[in-house]
Design a protein around this ligand. Structure first.
Ligand code: PHE
Length: 384
């Protein structure tokens, strides 16, 4: 008797497996009540603080959106990938998000080099991508599916140069940039152009590479040229070390930098060496009204009392803009979401009113902050 049933059992099992395979039940399947959005960022590695704080802002927005009914009657489901602060890994994880998870849109990255590496995957697949905070001009030039909701480094470099010349009345600048970082190289150029136009001189230009820990030769060469300000368009880890070394060598000129300085680890790691220095950024809690206060309060409540930095605010705004665009598109079709993002006008963000221009960039004010008494202190808002 047994022998007769065995082939039937095998046939039965094979049928079930075949059914699972073609319907995809065995795989991670998209629930019909969810909209999948991909996010990639540096949750680990050299700039982990960028990735973690951005993700916090995005998570907070997703929670708010889902609590108030979701988008198109569905819940947003975020699929998060860690690129370990590495451009090649950024491309790999975004390929996975687009090809395997089949997300309808992507959020990321912070660092321009990583958005530049990964966004072409989205462009080729016609999946819209919004970078919350990549400021290098080339990012959105990748194509018509690539957006950002922050200003561009042509503007950021110009406001830093203007601040140095007009407000600080300093005319002799040194530049120390990260040669392997697209953001750093581009921001250095933009600063230099405006600084010279305003009558300043660049007395010396030096470079380093991400991960370097010894900056003595560059700073020694700088000291000899007696700059009255040092422009360091880098990321927080190296900036803290550069500042320490500069002070050790007896350089007293203030330093000036861009948004890449924004990390709560900057001041502790610099051991007081950045006291009196300045940097430009996208947001400060002091610049906003009641919506900003409400955002700061809910962020603090959600993340153990920590205050949101600019990255958290930009991540939060990027997610809300994406949800708003999908709602206006009335669809999760890539081309329709793309058109809706492109039409974003006067969106009331935490980081300011957001309108996307024809080149898919946001035109927004920037802020200048000063490090004083071991805190970031708001100095000024600079409009485009
Ligand atoms: N603008 C930087 C880049 O393009 C990233 C950054 C944004 C870092 C905001 C800190 C704060 O690489």
């Amino acid at each position: 008797m047994r022998r007769i049933y065995l082939p039937i059992a095998i046939l039965f099992a094979a049928t079930i497996l075949f059914t699972i395979a073609i319907t995809g039940c065995g795989k991670k399947s998209v629930k019909s009540n969810e909209i999948l959005i991909g996010e990639f960022g540096s949750l680990t590695g050299t700039t982990a603080d960028f990735g973690i704080t951005t993700r916090n802002g995005i998570d907070l927005a997703v929670e708010e959106i889902n609590k108030s009914g979701g988008v198109l009657g569905k819940k947003i489901k975020l699929i998060v990938e860690d690129d370990r602060s590495d451009p090649a890994e950024a491309k790999t994880v975004v390929t996975k998000l687009v090809m395997q998870d089949r997300v309808v849109a992507v959020l990321g990255e912070v660092a321009s080099s990583r958005t530049l590496a990964a966004a072409p995957v989205c462009q080729a697949a016609k999946i819209p991508i919004i970078s919350p905070s990549s400021t290098n001009p080339e990012v959105t030039q990748i194509g018509d599916y690539v957006f950002r909701i922050c200003f561009v480094d042509d503007f950021q470099g110009a406001i830093c140069a203007k601040f140095a010349v007009d407000n600080l009345k300093l005319k002799k600048a040194a530049i120390l940039k990260d040669i392997k970082n697209d953001y750093s190289v581009g921001l250095a150029d933009s600063f230099k152009n405006t600084f010279k136009k305003l009558g300043g001189i660049i007395v010396v230009e030096q470079s380093y590479s991400e991960g370097d820990t010894d900056f003595s030769s560059q700073l020694t060469a700088m000291k000899a040229k007696k700059p009255d300000i040092i422009f360091v368009p880098g990321y927080y880890q190296e900036v803290a070390l550069i500042a320490r070394k500069a002070r050790q060598l007896g350089i007293t000129a203030p330093m000036l930098g861009g948004d890449g300085w924004d990390s709560s680890t900057l001041i502790p790691n610099s051991g007081g060496a950045l006291e009196g220095s300045y940097f430009s950024n996208h947001y400060d809690a002091a610049m906003g009204g009641p919506e900003v206060k409400a955002f700061v309060a809910s962020y603090r409540k959600r993340f153990g009392g920590k205050a949101p930095n600019a990255l958290a605010a930009l991540g939060y705004d990027a997610m809300h803009i994406m949800a708003d665009a999908i709602t206006r598109a009335g669809s999760t079709d890539g081309a329709k979401i793309r058109d809706a993002i492109a039409a974003t006008k006067s969106f009331p963000g935490i980081t300011g009113s957001i309108t996307l221009d024809a080149n898919r960039n946001a035109v927004k004010p920037g802020v200048i902050l000063q490090i004083k008494n071991n805190k970031f202190n708001y100095v000024a808002t600079v409009r485009p």
